[in-house]
Design a protein around this ligand. Structure first.
Ligand SMILES: [Zn+2]
Length: 484
């Protein structure tokens, strides 16, 4: 056996070159530290309630409703034409965290949980070396629905267990205390991903003083607006003076939440988590005040329930900008991943908001599964489920629905002329209607096809301590599925 074993000549220049190569390789293996990322969602926030979007409270338009958010917008990019993917909390946040439409993430019912097989934003950032921290104050973001996956620290103490209990909650102070706690526990050696979900604008609208009166016009009539979803005094034909009072309470909740948002921004600045951070503020969906005959949300896919504010301060950004391109909640994940230098190795239905090449033919999709409960006199209560879907492309939006008390229907809107989606153009534009209906079919099928890569998450389970807390409250679970 012959071995060509020549003695290694350790020439100093060769050794230096090898060392340089090793160092270069190890640098290449460790990507540069990404920017800190702060993602904030505000519950049920209508775009026309945000000053930077030209919004104001209808009863007292002279009183600023979102001063802190407006100041933030003055140094951020404001997406003028931004939309949720649905009109309720759980499905919207699942899209935010997966970059997938509801058919893709399969978290479409009130008891659903997002399966562990999905690569979420938090998991992807954790794998990239981020410290991932979530602070939430509403029930659908509790661990039981598994949107908490990928977060190293997840604080849900400010949230009630069920939607029905949470309707009476005032959580902003507890939210801020939790944010202070988690930021104190931050590991400065790693970049931060902070997610904060502010619940309080959700009904019931219960702003504390002085915000309970700040937006009330002189002719408004106060009344007991508790239990908004079941309150028979709150209906499409209600007295306009009472409706004005209700709108003023909603505005008060937003002003009160904006105050706490301002305090969060101050905390981030104090801790050096501002100038070079990517900061995103958006909402999960809007809120209806009978524009299409309904109150609150999770009713349909019309503008008041699905248009959302979307504000992004990119790392280092100082100047305010406006972007009129169509944007969707599914765009947030690819935008964040692009900013931190990660190319997702999984399907994403959105695209980076910084994509240089605007696609004028881009379409965005909306999907909603919602149940209403009805009982014939003397008969059992029955849940009737309606399925809604919609597509927006260019200036046109097509909305379709089937099942449930409304039966089935279809509306076509020219949103450039009719942003409130009041005037159905189906009969006047049949070719456009049919073409968009076909595009909607294709889009839903494509979104659903990506679900085949993952498992369906199954039913959310309450933890034993949550069941105990519910028992102690004399309440056992919101299993009716009516929560929104
Ligand atoms: Zn919500």
């Amino acid at each position: 056996m012959r071995r060509d074993r020549k003695p290694l000549r350790r020439s100093p220049p060769l050794l230096a070159a090898l060392l340089a190569l090793v160092v270069a390789c190890s640098r290449a293996a460790t990507p540069p530290r990404g920017p800190d990322v702060v993602l904030v969602t505000i519950e049920s926030l209508r775009t026309d309630s945000v000053g930077a979007y030209g919004g104001a409270s209808p009863g007292r338009p002279e009183v600023p409703i979102t001063p802190h958010l407006d100041a933030f917008a003055s140094g951020a990019t404001l997406y003028e034409d931004a939309h949720s993917v649905t009109s309720w909390t759980l499905a919207a946040h699942a899209s935010l965290f997966t970059g997938l439409y509801p058919s893709g993430h399969q978290t479409t019912g009130p008891l659903d949980r997002l399966d562990d097989s999905y690569p979420t934003l938090a998991k992807t950032l954790a794998a990239r070396g981020y410290q991932t921290i979530g602070v939430v104050s509403g029930p659908y973001l509790r661990r039981t629905h598994n949107l908490s996956q990928g977060f190293e620290i997840y604080d849900q103490d400010a949230s009630s267990i069920t939607s029905r209990l949470a309707h009476h909650d005032v959580t902003n102070p507890a939210m801020l205390a939790a944010l202070e706690r988690v930021l104190a526990a931050r590991d400065p050696a790693r970049p931060l991903f902070l997610f904060a979900y502010f619940w309080d604008p959700h009904f019931d609208y219960l702003p504390p003083p002085p915000w309970d009166t700040a937006f009330v016009p002189p002719d408004a009539e106060p009344f007991d607006a508790h239990d908004l979803d079941a309150n028979p005094e709150i209906h499409a034909g209600m007295d306009p003076r009472r409706l004005a009072w209700l709108r003023a309470q909603y505005a008060g909740e937003i002003r009160w939440t904006d105050e706490h948002l301002g305090r969060l921004f101050a905390l981030l600045r104090q801790r050096g988590l501002w100038d070079d951070a990517l900061v995103i503020v958006t909402a999960d969906h809007g809120e209806a005040f009978f524009e299409h005959g309904e109150k609150a949300h999770k009713n349909d896919l019309f503008a008041e329930e699905v248009r959302i504010p979307l504000l992004v301060k990119y790392p280092g950004q100082r100047e305010g900008r406006r972007d009129a391109r169509l944007a969707s909640l599914v765009d947030v994940l690819p935008t964040v991943l692009e900013a931190v230098g990660v190319a997702p190795e999984f399907p994403v239905h959105g695209r980076s908001l910084r994509a240089a090449d605007p696609d004028p033919e881009r379409a965005v999709l909306f999907e909603l599964e919602t149940s209403q409960f009805a009982a014939a006199p003397g008969g059992p209560v029955r849940a009737e489920t309606s399925l809604w879907r919609a597509i927006r492309r260019g200036a046109w939006k097509l909305v379709e629905w089937s099942g449930g008390p409304r039966g089935s229907g279809r509306r076509l809107f020219d949103v450039a002329q009719d942003p409130g989606e009041q005037s159905d153009r189906s009969a006047a534009e049949p070719a456009r209607r049919d073409e968009l209906a076909r595009a909607l079919d294709v889009a839903v099928r494509a979104a659903a096809a990506d679900a085949g890569r993952y498992h369906r998450g199954g039913e959310a389970q309450l933890a034993p301590e949550e069941i105990e807390r519910l028992r102690a409250l004399g309440y056992f679970g919101d299993r009716s599925g009516s929560g929104n």
